[in-house]
Design a protein around this ligand. Structure first.
Ligand code: DQA
Length: 137
């Protein structure tokens, strides 16, 4: 099974960025642990701070992968383009957020991705990525 994790803007700074909200582990360290745990899966990871690059990656993976786990970060709340890309591809997409977006500012309550997502996970920290993987098994 081929699964792709896509992380959006500022998530390259996980481990350093607002650790009280996002924790102190880097995504690279966390991702290596996921790969060692789920050896039967073809797990890959992509991060970009650029909206169009995230859309290109969704198009590239969205007709061949079995599942995509998408944390579009701030673009979740603003990007009609990413929402449309998720609607345009065949691969099911799980929307994910590390923090509980509904316990935060009002602008984080809106998602352009959720209406097209297979499901949405938020508030479980990095553990959410593992829960998202399990949702595809
Ligand atoms: C986030 C929540 C977003 O509101 C925020 O802009 C992020 C990260 C999360 O994983 O909790 O950058 O997607």
């Amino acid at each position: 099974m081929k699964l792709l994790i896509i992380n959006g803007p500022n998530l390259n700074l996980l481990g350093k960025r607002e650790p009280e909200i996002y924790g102190s582990e880097t995504f690279q360290d966390f991702f290596s642990k996921l790969q060692s745990k789920y050896t039967a899966l073809e797990l890959s990871y992509y991060q970009s701070n650029i909206e169009g690059e995230l859309i290109d990656k969704l198009h590239e993976a969205g007709f061949s992968y079995d599942g995509i786990i998408l944390n579009a970060a701030a673009y979740t709340h603003t990007s009609v383009g990413i929402g449309d890309a998720v609607k345009s591809i065949q691969t099911p997409v799980v929307e994910l957020h590390i923090s509980n977006i509904h316990a935060r500012e009002d602008f984080r309550h809106k998602s352009f991705i959720a209406p097209a997502a297979k499901g949405v996970l938020f508030g479980f920290g990095l553990k959410g990525y593992e829960l998202a993987i399990q949702s595809f098994l």
